[in-house]
Design a protein around this ligand. Sequence first.
Ligand code: G3P
Ligand code: MG
Length: 247
Amino acid sequence: MNAMTTINFAHRGASGYCPENTMSAFVKAVELGATGIETDVQRTKDGVLVLIHDESLQRTTGLTALVKDITYEQLSALDAGSWFHSDFSGETIPTLEQLLSFGREHGLILNLELKNGLVQYEGMEAEVLKLVSEYGLNDKVVISSFNHYSLALCKKLAPDISTGVLYMEGLYRPWDYARTLGADALHAIFYAVLPEWVEEAREAGVVYHPFTVNEPRDLERMLKAGVAGIITDYPDRLHTLLNKGMV
Ligand code: G3P
Ligand code: MG
């Protein structure tokens, strides 16, 4: 595989430099050469799909509440930037629609991680897929999740939208498992990816998008293994290696 085609997924945006899952982080990712964005999808009490990693608002906004328990109006008034640095004071939690619009404008691949594990957001899969389709982005999105029932449902609802299986374990022949879900990609913790598996998976029709790869030596190792995309907090580091023709 030509490394220049390797998708450079900025994890929660360029979260090494900006508060995660904010528009600043997404804009910075593009500036640093990302060709994709990974983000985390949750839902407010009144049904708005928003981008935040934790189920709780505590860490990134200071509010002791769960996303699912407050309205979008309440959530949109929160400061999601100051926890990272005062330069980002007033940064808000974006909606999924904001990112879909931004991704379409910049031709990005969007890796939408459904955070429906600890909190079960019933019907979230259909809602996300509907929006993706309305924005004309079916061929630009990969839906990922640690909730593999969600992935199977997504594939049933929208067979033309890619899905990626998130996992942390050293699974045996994970590409075989992925196919049972109809999934297209393996979103594996990077140290559980052996180079010889990457080709075997590809032969089975499944590609690897390892996470979260930040150190140059690990980025190089994944590129040499021939993965189809890499999820990183530092898209500039990966961009540099890709520009060098690092394979
Ligand atoms: O998609 C990779 C990664 O985002 C999964 O873990 O906890 O950072 O959402 P987490
Ligand atoms: Mg994530």
